[in-house]
Design a protein around this ligand. Sequence first.
Ligand code: SF4
Length: 117
Amino acid sequence: MKMELTCIGCPKGCRISAEVIDGEILSITGWECKIGEKYAREELTLPTRMVTSLVKVNGRELPLSVKTARPIDKSRVFDSLQEIAQVRMTPPVYIGDVIVPNVCSTGVDVIATKEIW
Ligand code: SF4
């Protein structure tokens, strides 16, 4: 089966073509650097994404920005965003604090990316 991908490694957005049969990658072409080749291999095997979101803070108008500590399985992104949306924090919060441990049982924590005093 032939597949087409657009690399998200940089704004150039190279069009990458791949041929996959029975889960085996036979060829990957169109990438212009190793980042694109790596991205395509991961997309074709176990696609992952970093998740960024906002969490409401009690008594504050501005929300807290958060992200997953590392990429999670792409299929779990929507459920993770829903779990994150349920959270309310109370200051103080420090950069790197775990806001949602083991989000959606992915084994990955959601952490704060800014401080709120
Ligand atoms: S393959 Fe390399 S140059 Fe092309 S979009 Fe991806 S990161 Fe950018």
